[in-house]
Write a protein of this length. Structure first.
Lengths: 224, 81
């Protein structure tokens, strides 16, 4: 079993850092500056302050801070399976597996086989593309599309977050710098999981900064 | 003397044309594929409705091209088989 690193930071642990910042606006600007340096990556599934992105239940003043999806590396197993499936017909033809079929049926059999692979690829790709995690200045949202017919959206307010933990373990996760962030909340849904997201340490840090910012906003009386 | 093919043997033994039956099976599979392509288009609409980003337009186009491709495959099967 691979050795896993677990990091945790509770809400009250960070409250002392609050005094280092004067206003929530300054904290927000600092966060923005930090994240802008990191840029964005489609394959790593990371984007900060995306301008051209909107989600269904977004409020007019709500700003998207982080947009995350699972790291592209987790797609490699199904890509490998698809490549293997694509090679199979070559093996069949060399063994003369479908030689009893008339040419026109042989052709259609191979075509149907590749259509099956295309269906498999499309389903997996869309599932990866639209299973996303969004962190806004007010809440976190987990968008899940299980298969092509089931949609589940969970969300919780930032001020309901109790504990942020991330787990990163094994060679692949360490090499590509991705892992899972666990978010314990005081809301109805007790735990959120940002699975296989890039730079989990950074994501956990951002969440902690947002918790602090939210607390500061409450002190300043700027709660939306 | 001509040798009997696999199809001839089946017709002799059962009286059923295996290629006609296989054609129906193939066409049915492609109809299922068209239904899948329609579900994909519908799902992409739902997904882009939930999350509208820079790639939404490209993904919608991909879904529509895929649907057209599935219809093309059905027509091709009708011609070839």
């Amino acid at each position: 079993m691979p050795k896993r690193q677990v990091y945790s930071s509770k809400k009250h642990d960070t409250s002392q850092k609050n005094s280092q910042h004067s206003t929530s606006k300054e904290m927000h600007n600092e966060l923005k500056k930090d994240l802008k340096k990191m840029g964005k990556s489609f394959f790593a599934g990371f984007d900060s302050f995306p301008k051209a992105l909107k989600f269904e239940s977004q409020e007019s003043q709500e700003e998207i801070i982080l947009f995350l999806r699972r790291h592209f590396v987790i797609n490699l197993p199904w890509i490998f399976i698809a490549i293997l499936l694509a090679i199979f017909p070559l093996l069949f033809s060399s063994l003369g597996f479908f030689s009893f079929l008339p040419d026109r049926f042989g052709f259609m059999t191979y075509l149907l086989w590749y259509i099956f692979i295309l269906v498999y690829i499309l389903e997996k790709f869309l599932s990866w593309l639209y299973n996303v995690y969004i962190v806004t200045d007010e809440r976190i949202i987990d968008v899940d599309f299980h298969s092509l017919i089931y949609k589940k959206i969970s969300e919780t307010k930032i001020d309901k977050i109790e504990d942020v933990t991330y787990v990163q373990g094994g060679f692949v996760e360490s090499f590509f710098n991705y892992g899972t962030v666990f978010i314990q909340t005081a809301a109805e849904k007790r735990e959120f999981e940002f699975e296989h997201v890039t730079q989990p340490a950074r994501v956990a840090k951002v969440l902690n900064q947002l918790i602090l910012q939210e607390e500061q906003e409450k002190i300043e009386g700027r709660v939306r | 003397m001509a040798t009997a093919t696999f199809g001839d043997i089946i017709i002799d033994q059962t009286g059923i044309d295996p290629w006609g039956a296989l054609k129906i099976v193939y066409l049915f599979a492609i109809v299922l594929y068209i239904i899948f392509a329609l579900i994909v288009v519908r799902q992409i609409t739902l997904m882009t409705g939930t999350l509208d980003g820079q790639i939404s337009g490209s993904v919608k186009l991909l879904g529509k091209i895929h649907l057209l491709f599935s219809i093309f495959i059905f027509i091709l099967a009708l011609i070839v088989l």
